[in-house]
Design a protein. Structure first.
Length: 195
């Protein structure tokens, strides 16, 4: 069982780094600044993380990983509808992105701030790898493609779409239309039903 003090410290660091990264690129956040915002000292920070970037990635993964885990469980339910599973996963992901809109807007709009882009694209790619593996028995089209390239292509494409959605000027694209755009951009054979 995890030490409650460790959990509290990590939660404080996660909250602080998310708050700071919403207004400044993580590459500009110092350990001193982050430790102060978390109410800890630098030594305590370094017991948990090597850098503010590591802390941010851990904080975001702590929220993104359960989304992927729920998607896996949904895919393995009897009579799972593949399209519905994808839409629910994308909906939860958009909830997360909107909750941290300013953080993602800051991180994805600045050239050479690659850590958050890489985190998201790898998270999406891992989710897609699992999805494609589960769909393989029902979609012979998967034999014609390289799944890793597909996972990376779609993962990076999703990050690009999110970046465009968060940073575009007026008129803004509403969430329902954005979700429909993402879903309809995927090949129809991804959604073949399990028989």
């Amino acid at each position: 069982m995890a030490d409650p003090r460790v959990l509290r410290t990590r939660a404080a660091i996660h909250a602080a780094v998310i708050e700071l990264a919403a207004v400044s690129p993580v590459s500009t956040i110092s350990v001193t600044q982050l430790a102060e915002a978390a109410g800890i000292n630098r030594v305590t920070f370094y017991k948990h993380f090597a850098s503010p970037n590591d802390a941010l990635l851990a904080a975001l993964n702590a929220e993104l990983d359960p989304i992927r885990d729920r998607g896996v469980r949904r895919r393995h339910e009897a009579n799972a509808d593949a399209r519905e599973v994808v839409v629910l996963g994308l909906t939860e992901m958009l909830d997360h992105v909107e909750q941290h809109r300013m953080l993602y807007r800051t991180a994805l709009s600045i050239p050479n701030e690659n850590a958050t882009h890489h985190l998201l694209s790898e998270h999406f790619a891992e989710s897609i790898r699992g999805f494609l593996a589960d769909q393989a028995p029902f979609a012979p089209e998967l034999d014609l493609i390289d799944r890793e390239i597909t996972a990376q292509f779609v993962g990076n494409g999703l990050v690009g779409a999110i970046s465009s959605w968060l940073t575009r000027e007026q008129p803004t694209l509403d969430r329902a239309r954005f979700l429909a755009t993402l879903t309809e951009s995927l090949p129809a054979w991804w959604f073949k039903q399990h028989s």
